[in-house]
Every structure is written in C-alpha cells, then in structure tokens.
Design a protein around this ligand. Structure first.
Ligand code: DGL
Length: 279
C-alpha cells in the first residue's frame, strides 16, 4: 500500500472481536468529540490461542484496512495483538505504509499505572494464552518498575464465554473462579490483578465476586482512554488530523446482523454495522 493520503480522518479502534468495545466506550466517554471506526475481526476470533505469525498477519491486515478507510491513528484495543504484532507493525510496516500515521497498543498505558496501585509489589496478570506466553506484561512492567514481581495466568475459556454471550450465565462462574484460584495459588502476596484482555471487563461482576477482598482489580479502558487523551495533547499534529464529528462507524469481518445483535449488549445501544473483508 503506497501513497496513502494525509487527509484528516477518524481514529481506528481494532480488536479480534467484541472485547475492544470495552475500550472504545471508555475512549468515547473521555474523548467524545472525535470520529471513530471500530473494526472487529469476529470471523477469525479468538486470537488468544493463535501463533505469533498469524496474529501479526491478521493485525497487519486490519491496520491496512483502517488506513485505507482514512484513519491517521489506530489503537490496537486487543492485548494479544498489542503483545504479538504492535512492535513489528511499528518498526517494519509503518515506515513502508505511511510514516506519518501511528499505531498504539493497550499494554503500555496499562502498565504505566501499576506502580502507583500495588503496595505489596506483587502483581498478577489475567490474559489470553498468547499474551501470557509473549511475556509482554513482565517485560513492560520491569522496564518501569523493576522491583515488582509478576505472575501471569492464561484464561483460555474467558474469551469464548464472552464472545458467545455467556458472560453473565451460570456456566461462567466455574471458569472465573478456576483461573483466579490458579493465579493466587502462585503467589499469596498479590494485591493487584491486571485484566490484560479487553474482553474481561464483561466478566467483571463475576471476577469481583471471586476475587478475595483487598485485591485491586485493574481493567484497562479508562487507562487507555487517559493515555490517548494525553498522547493527543502532546502530539498536536496528530490531533489536528483526527476529525471531530462525534460519530462511530462499526465494521466486522463476520455477518452484520450477528455483530449488531451482540455489540448492542456490550454498548447498551443499537449500532449500524458494515461488513469488511481483510486479507
Ligand atoms: N480481546 C483480546 C485481548 O485483549 C483478545 C481476545 C482473543 O481474540 O483471544 O487480548
């Protein structure tokens, strides 16, 4: 893809499925003035169990699509994509695609806040198998807070529960309790648990029910929204390229009706959706 225009456009928000909607809604609360395009790769979700190469390829295709649709700035509202594809896209693809555009992830903004939250300096991360295996959280946390001990726990069943509309159902309780128990068994001094997957806020009522009192649960939405606000104030040239109309266009790689039905339960509002093809 060459000669992309530098015209202003909407901010792109990408996730493997519906999870990024939890980030989008916090971003829109904090920054309602901008236009947004949300893209969910629902046809190929979940990414959490996929290889590095596949997650990178799928994410690169999504970023190219959002660039084609005119986004000067894309947020990877997916930890798995941030862990496995962000660095390669920033280092290898952006200079070739369009060095004036930007792609940002969700791990760094989450990690930055952690030093001020934990007192015991023992932190847990609940995330997809891919994010845990990538070691992105320990690597990023240790760059900023070398004194923090981190334990990760993969929760492979949580995304399928959310994607299949079972987050509030009784079947979810077993797996919520199971993964929390497995994490806390690794280290009983953990006082802060990062929800390192954008789908997990949908399980928050059950996560709070099974998390022992006194442990801070940290979802990412507000942290990412604050960080984007801060980024735009520090980069007026990018801020000027983000259009301001307060709109949001929803795109999915799956059937439109399927997305709009599920997305409205995530967002508590009806949405109009457009199907796009990637690759
Ligand atoms: N929501 C994504 C994340 O934050 C991943 C879900 C998946 O596709 O496995 O990691």
């Amino acid at each position: 893809m060459q000669n992309l225009s530098s015209l202003p456009g909407p901010i792109g928000v990408f996730d493997s499925g519906y999870g990024g909607l939890t980030i989008l809604s916090k971003i829109r609360e904090a920054l309602p003035q901008y236009d947004y395009i949300y893209l969910g790769d629902n046809a190929r979700t979940p990414y959490g169990s996929r290889s590095f190469e596949i997650v990178y390829e799928f994410t690169r295709q999504a970023v190219c699509k959002l660039f084609e649709m005119g986004c000067p700035l894309v947020i990877l509202a997916c930890n798995t994509a941030s862990a496995k594809a962000l660095r390669s896209i920033q280092q290898h693809d952006l200079p070739r695609l369009d060095p004036a555009r930007r792609v940002l992830g969700v791990i760094r903004p989450t990690v930055e806040s952690i030093g001020a939250v934990t007192r015991s300096r023992h932190v847990g991360v609940l995330a997809t198998a891919g994010t845990i295996k990538s070691e992105s959280y320990p690597l990023e946390i240790h760059k900023l807070f070398p004194d923090i001990t981190i334990y990760g726990q993969a929760c492979p069943l949580w995304v399928p529960l959310v994607e299949n509309g079972e987050a509030q159902g009784p079947g979810a309780d077993y797996f919520v309790q199971k993964y929390i128990g497995e994490l806390l068994q690794k280290d009983d001094r953990i006082d802060t648990v990062i929800l390192g997957c954008t789908h997990y806020p949908l399980l928050l009522p059950k996560i709070r029910r099974y998390m022992p009192a006194g442990i801070n649960v940290v979802p990412q939405g507000e942290l990412v929204a604050d960080s984007l606000k801060n980024y735009l104030s520090r980069h007026p040239e990018m801020d000027a390229r983000c259009t301001r109309g307060g709109t949001c266009t929803y795109c999915t790689t799956e059937a439109e009706e399927k997305f709009s039905e599920s997305a409205s339960t995530f967002l508590n509002e009806a949405v109009t959706v457009r199907r796009v093809l990637l690759g």
